[in-house]
Design a protein around this ligand. Structure first.
Ligand code: NAP
Length: 241
């Protein structure tokens, strides 16, 4: 049975991605940054589908912890064949009020984390002669968004990274794609004021916010055999926003 790692799989979109991949028959590993109880809950949900599942606390922006994360997964489940770089944070603020620390933190976790995990994962994918890397970016990485210059830069960076790595490893049967969600209902968006949410809703032709399932369904497709001729793409899951 193949192994899928979902970073930031303890909550939100990552949890549903992990559960869906378990339903698809993958053994599941997730990492998280602090919320152990939530990570445990995700693992229980995955195990209900009859697969093996494990969680490890690992900060994706720390290269030592990322190396250890992959070593532990390999020891317990086997090498990672599907990597979903989902862990992400926001630290919003208008440019003139944004601190250097908040800029660095968002780039470190969202963009550098994607780089670190991909770099370790790809070694075993090369040996296995197969691999799927799915990076969760955001529609604002394409369009920009006031108050999120750090976040948008990190997500735009993930798009460039995805396209480059796809070109580097396509001939090795490793596909690398990105998913750009729009407004998805999770803890990340629950904190926004009602007037901001209503303004977003008016821009969505399908007239509803997205769900974590909407994103997880596309991850399952990209991880499947059906997507074997797709690489270097950014698939928008935005309700047409
Ligand atoms: P969320 O509910 O806030 O969950 C974030 C997840 O990332 C949690 O599992 C968290 O772990 C983990 N995490 C945070 N920092 C980490 C670190 N340094 N190392 C490892 N794990 C870390 O977020 P979400 O809304 O599900 O978003 C998931 C992804 O989708 C993100 O990349 C986000 O940018 C992207 N996205 C979301 C939306 C949206 O509307 N929600 C739209 C576009 C893109 P803990 O539980 O331990 O904190």
């Amino acid at each position: 049975m193949s192994v899928a790692l979902v970073t930031g799989g303890s909550r939100g979109i990552g949890r549903v991605i992990a559960e869906n991949l378990a339903k698809d028959g993958f053994n599941i590993a997730i990492c998280y940054s602090g919320n152990e109880q939530a990570a445990q809950e995700t693992i229980e949900l995955c195990k209900k589908h009859g697969v093996q599942a494990m969680f490890i606390k690992a900060d994706v922006s720390n290269s030592g912890e990322v190396t250890e994360l992959f070593a532990q997964i390999k020891e317990l489940l086997g090498p990672v064949e599907v990597l979903v770089n989902n862990a992400g944070i926001t630290k919003d603020g208008l440019l003139l009020r944004m601190t250097e620390e908040d800029f660095d933190k968002v780039i470190d976790i969202n963009l550098k984390g994607t780089f670190l995990c991909t770099k370790v994962a790809i070694k075993d994918m090369l040996k296995a002669k197969v691999g799927r890397i799915i990076n969760i970016t955001s529609i604002v990485g394409v369009q920009g968004n006031p108050g999120q210059s750090n976040y948008c830069a990190s997500k735009a960076g993930i798009i460039g990274f995805t396209k480059s790595v796809a070109r580097e490893y396509g001939s090795k049967n490793i596909t690398v794609n990105a998913i750009a969600p729009g407004f998805i209902q999770t803890a990340m968006t629950d904190v926004l004021p009602e007037d901001v949410k209503n303004a977003y809703l008016k821009q969505i032709p399908l007239a509803r916010f997205g769900t974590a399932e909407d994103v997880a369904n596309v991850v399952s497709f990209l991880a499947s055999e059906k997507a074997s001729y797709i690489t270097g793409q950014v698939i928008e899951v935005t309700g047409g926003m």
